[in-house]
Design a protein around this ligand. Structure first.
Ligand code: MYR
Length: 131
C-alpha cells in the first residue's frame, strides 16, 4: 500500500530533468533541496495527496483514470491522470503551455517509494522513505 507519509531521501538526475523542464538554475538548486513530503491516502480508486515542501502546502484529490489539473511550484500548469498498472501508479500529464507530456510513476521498492519522471527524453527519480 502507498498509504502513509513519505519524505524525500535522494534524487537521481533530478536537476537535469528540471533543466529539461526549463527551470532556471537558481530554482533548480532550491528545488533539489525542497524537503518534499507527501502523504498518500487511497480509498478504492480515490486518492488524497498532501504535499508539503519548502515552497508550499497543498492537498490534491484525484480518481484513478480521471483527468485533473495540477500546478507545479513555479506555476507551470499540468493536466492529466494517474492509472494503476499492476502495482505501479502511472501518471500521464501534459503541460498546458506547450502541450508536451510528462510521464511519472510511483512504485514501492524495498520499502521505499520510488517516483520516476520523464520529460522530453530525460529521466529522473526521487526516492522517498516512510516518515
Ligand atoms: C500527485 O499525485 O502528487 C499530484 C499530481 C502529480 C502530477 C505530476 C507531478 C510531476 C511533478 C514534476 C516536478 C517537476 C519539477 C520541474
Amino acid at each position: 500500500t502507498y498509504n502513509g507519509s513519505w519524505k524525500v531521501d535522494r534524487n537521481e538526475n533530478y536537476e537535469k530533468f528540471m533543466e529539461q523542464m526549463g527551470i532556471n538554475m537558481v530554482k533548480r538548486k532550491l528545488a533539489a533541496h525542497d524537503n518534499l513530503k507527501i502523504t498518500l491516502e487511497q480509498t478504492g480508486d480515490k486518492f488524497i495527496v498532501k504535499e508539503v515542501s519548502a515552497f508550499r502546502t497543498l492537498d490534491i484529490e484525484f480518481t484513478l483514470g480521471v483527468n485533473f489539473e495540477y500546478s507545479l511550484a513555479d506555476g507551470t500548469e499540468l493536466s492529466g491522470s494517474w492509472v494503476m498498472e499492476g502495482d505501479m501508479l502511472k501518471g500521464t500529464f501534459s503541460r498546458k503551455d506547450n502541450g508536451k507530456v510528462l510521464i511519472t510513476t510511483r512504485k514501492i521498492v524495498d520499502g521505499e517509494l520510488v517516483q520516476t519522471y520523464n520529460y522530453e527524453g530525460v529521466d529522473a527519480k526521487r526516492i522517498f522513505k516512510r516518515g
